[in-house]
Design a protein around this ligand. Sequence first.
Ligand SMILES: [Zn+2]
Length: 172
Amino acid sequence: MTGLHRLERSSTEPAVGRDVEAWCAKCGRAMEHTIVAMVGIEVIQVRCRTCGGTHKYKTVREVARAEAEPRTASEGRAEKARASSGEKAARAPAKPKAEPTEVRAARVVYQRLMAQRDRDTAVAYAVTLEPTAGQVIDHKQFGYGVVDEVLLNKARILFADGYRTLVVGRPQ
Ligand SMILES: [Zn+2]
């Protein structure tokens, strides 16, 4: 993508040795981590830059979800299966039953990401959009969001009220 604001290292595509924001159980919060191991485009293991601990890569969202739902293991697996099957399930992760931990954690990350970015560079959301990770999106309904992850024809975008997976990359 051209015309993009120069982004922080942490928001470029993940690669071993690069930084990524991940959940650190030791620190008890989302911290900057260095990617230690990857399989394909998936981050597997990270090292916390604050406490130095090396552990499995977990996003804030995954952790918050696990906390909200005690059935951690099966829930996590189901979530992954759903995500990879391409079903348009993960539309709005925030169910009406509010999940304060997730919302709070997401907001912290959101504010930090937005603080590093210029809202003037935001591009209007459209299904034909081809976003890149770290890009600022302006969505009519959800407001400003930061692209967290670009999947095949969807993008996970962090908005002020949490992550949403939206359709992108549809042919014009
Ligand atoms: Zn840590």
